[in-house]
Design a protein. Sequence first.
Length: 178
Amino acid sequence: MDGITYLTEACKKALGGISEKERTDLTARILSAKSIFIFGVGRSGLVGQTFAIRLVQLGLQVSFVGEMTTPIIKKDDLLILISNTGNTMSVVTTAKIARRIGSHVISVTSDANSNLAKNSDSVILVKPDENKEMGEMAPLGTVFEDATLLFFDTLVPGLMKRLDLSEKDMRNNHAIWV
């Protein structure tokens, strides 16, 4: 099997357990949040930053945790955390702090029993099918990261519709076009 076919099929399987209700609930949370915060470490962090950029292009108030200009998270804000293992210390600590403040915490992880999942209000499971081939074709969390990015991108058309935005509207918030 070639790499493109493997990765495409693996991502589809990893996303197969996410229900339409979970997608709808996350979309509603995003739209109702005064401020949205996103955090992940390493490649999961890059996926989070990519989603944060897209949300900014939708005109939403979004910050990536850890940046110099990130404001403090407050009660009723939304925090989206991304960690394949669900045990990345800084991500779990961020979840604990946000929940103590009264923010709503949604985690995207592959482990429903992880420390992150236990410290979240909602959990979206992106479950790569662990097998020998994965280590050769998509090592070190590649399927989780790629599937998570795809999942976030699938939310954008629904957000555009609910916000009554076109691609042209989004382009006005795009760094290149300003």
